[in-house]
Structures are given as C-alpha cells and as structure tokens.
Design a protein around this ligand. Structure first.
Ligand code: DGI
Ligand code: FE
Ligand code: FE
Length: 188
C-alpha cells in the first residue's frame, strides 16, 4: 500500500488534530528509520496506521480484546492503552495490512514490550517526539534521539511513567517491563 492510500484510509478514522499528529509521526518515523537502519517504507505505514483505532467506542474495543483473546489485564488498566492492540487487529482486518512487523509496531506503540524490534522502537519514539508534541521534557528526548535510540527511548518511557505516577495512575506491567528491560540490557 502506498502513502496516499494509507493516509486516505486513516483520515476517515481520525479527527483533524489526530490526523495532523499522524503526519508528524510519519515524518519523525521515516527520519528515525533512516538514521537507525529500519525500513523507512514500513516505518511510514506503521506510523500512518499507529492510532487507527484511537476513536473506536470503548465497548467495541473491549469486545475485541475479549473475542480476540488479547491480554485480559488490559481491561483493568486505562482504556487509553486499548487502541494499540485493537488497532493492530483492525488495521489487518479493515485496511488489509498483513505485514507482521508493521502490525506489531502498531500493537506495541503505547506500552512497548521487552525485546522490541527496531521498527517498534522507531514508532514508539516517533509517536513521542513528533513535531506537534509539546509536553515537558520532549525537547530533551528529541536531542537524545539524534544520538541514541535506546537512551531516547528510555527517557521517553521514564517521562511517561513519571507522568502516570504524578496523576496517581496505574502503570501497565508491559510498560514497566519494557523500561526495566531497556535499562538492564543497556550497554554500560
Ligand atoms: O495515542 P497517543 O496519544 O498518540 O499516544 P499513546 O498511544 O502513547 O497513548 C498514551 C496514553 O496512554 C497517555 O495518555 C497515557 C496513557 N497510558 C495509560 N496507562 C499507560 C499509558 N501509557 C503508557 N505508555 N503506559 C501505561 O501504562
Ligand atoms: Fe496511540
Ligand atoms: Fe500517536
């Protein structure tokens, strides 16, 4: 699928604001892919589709999580987490994307997972640093992304975890596991 077709499909699923965010993620993902040796075409498609399910009704997402045998723990945590795994499922079913690397980049773009692939890391980070993001700490992560994919990823996960802790929100185990794995496997 080419960029134009993909964009046309996601545009029907998103608000204008979220569509602009998607274009930003696309731009950042292609740049990071080229810089760190991931496939820029896969990065482009994964970025375009990463938030595909963002505006699906909660009830629909809940049902998909149950019916498709996804991690039942998801249902106990913030529903903001659901659009990632549900998105991977719907992007395959409705948009006909079959590439498992792209689908996994969509699936793990919110929580991450230990042993993330290069493409998954690129999409996770691009989602965090795309030009439309303005939260505190993002500029430092943008600078780190020029030097080290791992360090930038650790910084973005750390910011996200701290953000959740400050709001007294639970942190999904995959998020913590990913953070721990990155720290434990980081070369000293
Ligand atoms: O969909 P986006 O807004 O572009 O970004 P995202 O897919 O990274 O979603 C992040 C949202 O999910 C953010 O509002 C925080 C919320 N969230 C809730 N629990 C967790 C979580 N995010 C992560 N990474 N880990 C959690 O445990
Ligand atoms: Fe998202
Ligand atoms: Fe996003």
């Amino acid at each position: 699928m080419n960029r134009e077709n993909a964009l046309q499909i996601v545009k029907t699923q998103l608000t204008e604001h979220r569509y602009q965010h998607t274009l930003g993620v696309m731009e950042s993902a292609i740049e990071l892919a080229k810089q760190y040796g991931a496939d820029p075409k896969k990065a482009e498609l994964a970025a375009i589709f990463h938030d595909y399910a963002k505006f699906r009704p909660k009830k629909e997402m809940q049902q998909i999580i149950i019916d498709q045998g996804m991690n039942p723990l998801l249902l106990q945590y913030n529903s903001e987490l659901w659009h990632a795994p549900v998105g991977a499922y719907l992007v395959e079913k409705e948009a006909g994307i079959t590439d498992s690397e792209i689908l996994n980049a969509v699936r793990f773009h919110t929580s991450g997972r230990p042993e993330m692939t290069l493409l998954e890391k690129v999409i996770y980070l691009a989602d965090y640093i795309e030009p439309g993001r303005h939260f505190p700490g993002v500029e430092e992560v943008r600078e780190l992304a020029k030097i080290s994919l791992t360090d930038a990823l650790i910084a973005s996960m750390k910011n996200t975890i701290v953000f959740l802790l400050k709001k007294n929100q639970p942190v999904f185990p995959d998020t913590i596991d990913t953070y721990n794995h990155l720290i434990l496997t980081k070369e000293k």
